[in-house]
Design a protein around this ligand. Structure first.
Ligand SMILES: Nc1ncnc2c1ncn2[C@@H]1O[C@H](COP(=O)(O)OP(=O)(O)OP(=O)(O)O)[C@@H](O)[C@H]1O
Length: 585
């Protein structure tokens, strides 16, 4: 879809606002062309000595009244128009946001956050301007041009009108060449602004790391270079836009010279009155606005087109995951992986190979293995962030694609390795998946996640603001807030991805004990616990060891310990030794 098609569709949907603005502009244009004609009559009346006294005052009052009316109508059309244009900005932003929330990680791996933010702000603003200012200025300019030309040629003298138009084709050619350059310059400017945005976003997110590594100066230098390059690109675009002005000025000066020369000749031949020549030169002056409007409209449209060319591929990008399932998710969670394999797009080796495993309702499955073994990847497949390249995954009786993504994700309470907390109160962060939860339910979840006492020590307890504008929580506290969030949701399957790595072993034992109690009271709930620390999974009903994407050992804790030379047994001994050294210290 081109910018033009999109704008036509939008104007059709909001035709009433555009029609109202156009009607007001039409009245303005009529009044505007009527004024010089009236001034011409007044001048001729004064020259002939037929206009004086009350009649003269009435005429002048009439002219002032017209001026006030034009002013009011101008305010009116801008209000009507901008209300419509803002609606386009809002529609596009909502559409972009919806697209982004539906896309999977594959999409975000290929896109930079700074770019996406620039699209949602700068680029949509540019399209909004094209739908607002540009469309109406185009209408206003064309209307004024048509009326002024009619008055000049039919109302005054057609020979003078045609002669004054002689320089205009040259101006049209200049406009065409300049608008090409403006388009290229805006394309480059919007792209560089995106790069600048990306730099700011990364710089602010990683400001502590940059400071710790002593890289702030280098980063500031890079920023300054990017800012200069973005500034230059924008300046270049403005320079080309500025070229419209001299083109208008030169054309009008040439037209005025021709009009005055020929006009003087016609006056001398008494084929034109001085009043008519005065009115004609006033009309020529009125052509300034349509000419400027043309330059302005062209530059706004070119900027809008450059922004639309960047927005459209994102708005129309196919979803990286199909979402056509309609099955109802089961209330009791069981999972089944059947010969599942998966490789990341750019990776040379498979992240998971031939994985088969089962988790029954009410049971706990432990997933362990060395770093990079594929544990998180297995959870990502379960969350349908990626599709397996072979095999299938079932939640209850349904293969995952049979469920809608929304239904699937509502059935899973996932605590990632690095949970994200929003800039909101602790209570709101815990109640994210169930905003209607009562304070006592939130507190019960926090107690189960062993974070209640920590929260009470914060300045405003559960109402304490966290995130960028509030207090910063420790890694372990963040993990426990995220666990409380997961426990508060009604999802029957709890997925902990190394979610206890930052808490001490005492707290870990406490949380695991609470989880066991929860399972006894809700036997339909199951858990999948990924952990580096084997103590977190030793009581699980079944433990699976992953190494280099394959299952190498599985069974109960005791069974795995008895495997001679096995990874689990060796790791258990090592971790026990480590714990006893820690205890001695
Ligand atoms: N988005 C990605 N793109 C490409 N390769 C990836 C991606 N995410 C993970 N990998 C690779 O897939 C393999 C498995 O990674 P995964 O994160 O699942 O391991 P893990 O067992 O969870 O590791 P850890 O215990 O360190 O969290 C690793 O080799 C990793 O480098």
């Amino acid at each position: 879809m081109t910018l033009k098609q999109m704008l036509v569709g939008f104007v059709r949907r909001h035709w009433a606002a555009y029609a109202l603005a156009a009607l007001m502009l039409f009245c303005i244009a009529l009044l505007t062309v009527w004024i010089p004609r009236q001034v011409g009559h007044v001048v001729d009346g004064l020259v002939a000595g037929t206009l004086h006294g009350d009649a003269l005052l009435t005429q002048l009052a009439f002219l002032v009244g017209c001026g006030v009316l034009i002013y009011l109508l101008r305010v009116g059309w801008r209000l009507a128009l901008f209300a419509a244009a803002y609606r386009l900005g809002q529609e596009l932003r909502t559409r972009l946001y919806q697209v982004l929330t539906l896309q999977g990680p594959v999409f975000f791996q290929a896109k930079r956050t700074g770019d996406l933010m620039a699209l949602a702000t700068n680029d949509i603003d540019a399209v909004e301007m094209a739908a607002g200012e540009a469309l109406l200025a185009a209408f206003d300019g064309s209307l004024t041009l048509a009326l002024v030309l009619t008055m000049m040629t039919l109302g005054i003298d057609w020979r003078l009108g045609l002669a004054a138009l002689l320089p205009f084709p040259l101006m049209a050619y200049a406009f065409w060449r300049i608008s090409e350059k403006v388009h290229q310059a805006w394309q480059s400017s919007l792209g560089r602004f995106s790069g600048l945005n990306q730099h700011v976003q990364e710089g602010l997110s990683g400001v502590r790391t940059l400071r710790a590594l002593g890289l702030t100066e280098r980063n500031a230098r890079q920023f300054s270079e990017l800012a200069e390059s973005a500034g230059n690109a924008s300046y270049q675009a403005q320079r080309w836009e500025a070229a419209f002005e001299p083109a208008v000025g030169m054309t009008l000066s040439a037209a005025l010279t021709i009009a005055l020369g020929l006009g003087a000749y016609l006056v001398a031949k008494q084929e034109l009155t001085i009043g008519q020549l005065t009115a004609f030169t006033m009309y020529l002056g009125q052509l300034i606005w349509p000419m400027f409007a043309a330059g302005w409209v062209l530059s706004l449209l070119e900027r809008g087109r450059a922004a639309w060319d960047r927005l459209l591929p994102v708005l129309e990008a196919p979803l990286t995951l199909s979402d056509s399932g309609s099955a109802v998710p089961p209330t009791a969670a069981s999972i089944r992986f059947e010969r599942v394999s998966f490789g990341y797009a750019l990776a040379e080796t498979a992240a998971l190979t031939d994985i088969s495993l089962t988790l029954s309702p009410g049971q706990t499955l432990g997933l362990v293995g060395p770093t990079g073994a594929g544990k998180s990847t297995l959870l990502h497949l379960l969350l349908r962030q990626f599709e397996p390249t072979a095999g299938s995954i079932h939640l209850g009786p349904h293969a995952l694609p049979e469920l809608s993504l929304q239904a699937l994700r509502q059935g899973l309470a996932w605590v990632p390795q690095e949970p994200f907390l929003f800039s909101a109160s602790i209570a709101e962060n815990i109640a994210l998946a169930r905003p209607e939860a009562t304070p006592s339910e939130i507190e019960a979840a926090a107690r189960m996640a062993a974070v209640h006492e920590d929260i009470l020590r914060l300045p405003a307890g559960y109402a304490t603001e966290i995130g960028e504008r509030g207090v910063t929580l420790s890694g372990g506290q963040r993990q426990r807030v995220a666990i409380a969030r997961a426990l508060l949701s009604d999802a029957p399957l709890l997925l902990l991805d190394d979610a206890l790595s930052a808490v001490d072993t005492g707290t870990e034992t406490q949380i695991l004990e609470h989880l066991r109690e929860l399972r006894r009271s809700r036997p339909d709930r199951s858990s999948l616990i990924v952990s580096h620390r084997l103590s977190a999974v030793m009581d699980a009903d079944h433990i699976v060891v992953l190494q280099q994407g394959r299952i190498t050992e599985q069974g109960g804790h005791a069974e795995l310990l008895s495997i001679e030379g096995g990874w689990y047994a060796a790791q258990w001994r090592y971790q026990q030794l480590e714990a006893s050294i820690d205890a001695d210290e």
